[in-house]
Design a binder for this molecule. Structure first.
Ligand code: IVH
Length: 697
């Protein structure tokens, strides 16, 4: 295809040209979809793929008469090819927090020590293991027999891939040595570098496309509906963790690994017990140096607290255990040319510069776009269009420019001038003091922002309306049919006009309205997330839902915050992981009457399901608000807080009328006095502990 066409505005294209480009785009999108969904072997990064989709949707919207548009619009984003039964993990499969440098490893060790209140003379044993670049799987054995094996999935629910896992030699079918009734063994399925090379040779010989790296090859091989294909692919398995285990007398992580080994599993032989951060770091260095020679791919090290009683005390947060961390190896880098800098406008008005690159493979993945973050970053690195730039890709993060190769710079290159006007609406932009981002201040008047917000609102993890994509939102927006999210639920009043638009047949209109109706029931946390408040992602939305339970309480609390209610503000910013900065963004949102109206309007269209309190940990303190003061004897503050939260209490740092209990440790300050004034119950540490372990009333 003539690549020049890609950069033309749709209005500049002749019908013939548009048709040619649409056909080529359709072909390319289809190929990427096959690679992604069927072969599990994507060769394009998300940025590039999204760019193709956007261009396709823009053109298809502009030239709606080509049947190819409709056909591919339906195909794009189709469900995965293979279908397996779902399995809900009896214990969630957690992921790991990352450390990227020595400092962060040191902080991790300090954090563990502080949490467990280990004195300087107490040794903290950490097990260091290579972080295998494959896919985790969970194998459930009952009375020593394998009953099923599952993928990690989203951590809660995975796919039943038992038959495929059984083709792996490293996975025993029966366990015989000191095995408890239920034992779930977890670990990593991977493909060796050698098996990967051989597989690609045979792929080529049979005219199929190559896998880009062993991880993708392993994923593609594991998700085959026909296990004989998996068997031919040669996969391996390292055991490193466990899920549900019925009673067993084991005290350390290392002993668990030994149990796995005696039962025929393979445990990575570079696993080591370390007793200091120095030892951990030299182990990291040693294995980093070995990396190239290892027969399998690794992308870092994992450190785990060895003592299981300590692991249990620490528990987990945000789906990662507090007692473990992944220490990544430095990222891979490549040099290429920066062809163009485009400015995108996000849903909050932030202008983000995106660098378009001459495509380059970094770590097996084709990279065509990089984020340039903001104008300061471009200034600081003096990044110019036409420069040769060093690109870095690490794990799943968006590729970045590390530096410019000044020696290769053209004499004629010019400094990049960041626009001061919004490229979408032409309005003024602003930079607040201390902020890196330049923002378009036109708010919802700016088409790009309004549309991005609506796109976010309908997206999968928000309200999830199928069939309402960027193209449809833009077209309804242009007609004035939807200006804010609640309008979507009143679209039916335009159904006659809609039927007259090209591309909308009876069936597609019916589907759209059905999808809209189906999305009226929504979980409270998804609702919060759908509002697109800056810094309020899915995790934060969940925390808010857990703390405020339903929309009414949340809205009242947020409005109280905007009216200067200190107690409301304290309970918000005292929520673990929600600090002043997120609080401020919530405040900004609720400070605008327009936003309150939007929330109220939406709430009247939707049926918002209140947050369900988990019934698992009922205790006398479930639902109560607790404040700690002074030094506790039995455990550190972090542990006391984590334990209280596990049992369903809210822990706050300031006393208010809403406080149920004040727990007073040694050398407590003035809080007890305030508690007395407010009539809050005061407990000694002993009374508190007795209450924790009492049956719930
Ligand atoms: S431990 C609670 N150990 O890394 C324990 N994970 O980023 C959770 N991984 O999903 C996992 N090597 O797929 C653990 N030695 C190792 C690992 C390892 C690779 C993967 C695993 C996990 C991901 C988390």
């Amino acid at each position: 295809m003539n690549k020049e066409l890609r950069h033309k505005m749709p209005s500049e294209l002749l019908e013939e040209e548009a048709k040619e480009e649409l056909t080529a785009l359709a072909e390319e999108i289809k190929n990427h979809d096959t690679e992604y969904y069927e072969d599990n072997n994507p060769t394009a990064d998300d940025f590039y793929y999204d760019g193709l989709r956007r261009r396709f949707e823009t053109l298809a919207g502009y030239f709606p008469r080509f049947p190819i548009s409709i056909e591919i619009m339906e195909k794009v984003g189709s469900a995965p090819a293979a279908s397996f039964d779902k399995i809900t993990h009896s214990e969630p499969m957690l992921s790991l927090a990352n450390a990227f440098d020595r400092e962060e490893v040191f902080e991790f060790s300090e954090r563990v020590r502080r949490f467990l209140r280990l004195g300087p003379d107490i040794t903290l044993e950490l097990v260091a293991e290579p972080k295998i670049d494959g896919l985790s799987a969970s194998l459930r054995y009952e009375k020593g027999e394998l009953v099923y094996g599952a993928t990690r999935g989203d951590g809660t629910t995975g796919e039943d891939i038992t038959k495929n896992l059984l083709t792996i030699d490293d996975i025993p079918k029966t366990l015989t040595k000191q095995v408890p009734d239920v034992l779930e063994v977890r670990g990593e399925v991977y493909m060796t570098k050698n098996a990967f090379k051989k597989l690609n040779i045979s792929q080529e010989a049979s005219g199929k496309s190559n896998f880009s790296n062993p991880r993708n090859a392993a994923a593609g091989s594991l998700r085959q509906l026909d296990p004989s294909i998996t068997a031919a692919r040669r996969l391996n398995f390292f055991a490193y963790s466990w899920g549900e285990v019925s009673s067993i007398k084991i005290d350390t992580h290392f002993e668990f690994l030994n149990l796995f080994e005696t039962n025929g599993f393979v445990v990575n032989d570079l696993t080591e017990i370390c007793v200091s951060v120095d030892q951990i770091l030299s182990c990291h260095e040693k294995i980093h140096n070995l990396r190239e020679q290892l027969p399998y791919e690794i992308d870092g090290m994992v450190y785990k607290v060895n003592r299981l009683d300590w692991q249990n005390r620490m528990g987990s947060i945000s789906r990662s255990p507090r007692w473990a961390i992944a220490h990544k190896f430095p990222a891979e880098q490549m040099e290429t040319r920066l062809m163009q800098i485009d400015i995108q406008v996000g849903r909050t008005g932030v202008l983000t510069p995106v660098g378009r690159l001459e495509p380059v493979k970094v770590g097996g993945v084709l990279v065509t776009n990089v984020t340039l973050h903001n104008e300061d970053e471009i200034q600081r690195k003096d990044i110019r269009i036409g420069d040769r730039v060093v690109i870095q890709r690490a794990g799943d993060v968006i590729p970045q420019v590390v530096r410019v190769n000044r020696n290769a710079r053209s004499r004629f290159s010019e400094k990049f001038v960041f626009p001061t006007k919004c490229p979408s609406c032409g309005n003024e932009t602003q930079r607040s003091e201390g902020e890196a981002a330049r923002k378009c201040v036109a708010g919802l008047v700016c088409d790009a922002q309004a549309i991005e917000r609506l796109k976010h609102f309908v997206s999968k993890n928000a309200v999830n309306i199928d069939g309402l994509g960027e193209k449809q939102i833009k077209s309804f927006w242009d007609k004035g049919w939807i200006q804010n999210p609640a309008d979507i639920f009143r679209l039916a009043r335009y159904s006659d006009e809609l039927a007259k638009l090209s591309g909308w047949g009876g069936k597609s209109i019916e589907n759209l309205f059905e999808a809209i109706e189906n999305s009226r029931g929504i979980r409270f946390d998804s609702f919060i997330y759908s509002l697109g408040i800056p810094q309020v992602g899915q995790q934060t939305a969940k925390l808010l839902a857990e703390n405020y339970i339903d929309i009414e309480h949340w809205q009242i609390a947020m409005i109280s915050c905007t009216q200067g209610d200190e107690a409301a503000w304290n309970s918000l910013t005292n929520i673990d992981q929600i600090g002043e900065s997120v609080g401020q963004d919530l405040l900004n949102f609720f400070n605008q009457q327009r936003n309150i109206d939007i929330v109220t309007d939406l709430a009247s269209e939707l049926s918002i399901e209140s947050h369900k309190i988990q019934k698992t940990a009922q205790s006398k303190i479930t639902g109560k608000t607790v404040v700690f003061t002074g030094t506790l004897v039995a455990m550190g503050r972090a542990e006391a807080k984590a334990l209280a939260e596990k049992l369903g209490a809210r822990v706050s740092s300031a006393i208010s009328q809403k406080t149920d209990y004040l727990v007073v440790g040694e050398a407590a300050g003035s809080k007890a006095k305030k508690a007395k004034q407010l009539g809050v119950s005061i407990l000694s540490e002993q009374e508190w502990r007795a209450m924790l372990y009492a049956d719930s009333a």
